[in-house]
Design a protein around this ligand. Sequence first.
Ligand code: BTN
Length: 334
Amino acid sequence: MQTFTSFDKNSLDKLVTLLKSHNTEFISGEKLCKSLGLSRAAVWKNVKRLKSLGYKIESKPKIGYKLFEDTSLLLPWEVLDGLQTNRIGRKIYYFDTIDSTQNFALRLSEKPHENGSLVIAEKQTKGRGRLNRRWVSPKGGIWLSILLKPDIEISQTSLFPMITSLALTKAIEKTLRLDPKIKWPNDITLKGKKVAGILIDAAVESNKIDYVVIGVGINFRVDPRKISDKIKDSRASHGVTTLLREDQESDPKKLIQEFLLQLELLHDKIISNNLSEVRKQWLQKSSTIGKTVTVSTHNEIIKGRAITIDENGALVVSRRGKLKHILVGDISYL
Ligand code: BTN
């Protein structure tokens, strides 16, 4: 298992920065040794390590090294390079394989100075979906969790699915030029098929939220058959898709950076109680409003017409002339 954090010391990030700053020309081994304070053998070892992480580096004896292609792995220093947020994603834990980023982030909640921390993995062996479902998380997807310790009331917990789904649709639109929709409460779909899911775990203390862990699973560049073969849940029932096909070029870093930025901006709107704009934007991206739906909650099944969402993110369904506000549930379209 390979693990990196944004704060543990390693010379890899510095080496990448140096190689990137010379990306059209070779940089000599001697210069690298001097700048990094390392021996030639150590530089060579680090270059080998970078190659194993997917960086394409050419080495020429007596001339030096040249980086000619970046990695597509979401290594901490790659995600931080160009990240525009102030708090979210400034501290990063990266795993090539983990059981669940969500479980790791939940454990982080007990530690100090973790507000905004991002946990990210290339692959999960025990990914968790909503309603205790399994979440199949092969390589090629983006599997991440964010820990937040916001100073807000319990009643506002339901706003997190809303801002997360909105931030993700905005980021997908902007960086990939696709047209995703939100299926209430927080499935992201592309041409009607699920492409990403959101899981929110929250803990409360007295009347306040202690912490929120936002889990996001994105089928970024995976073979959807690998997922649908293994699941028998809502994703299978309305189909699974991927943002990019396996033969398409990809840069997941831009998508993540944009998502984190949008999430922070929307999160700030919750904190400053500026919700009407968030709700308006969410409604524009929703595929649910106006449809006849069946909603399964923990104690009933409600059939009716989805009218809107209220200021808490609850779905408002009209049934036989009466309005029902549903905070948690699973829906299907009729
Ligand atoms: C859903 O059921 O739609 C929500 C799926 C959420 C999956 C993500 S992947 C990253 C994080 N870690 C987990 O174990 N689950 C969430």
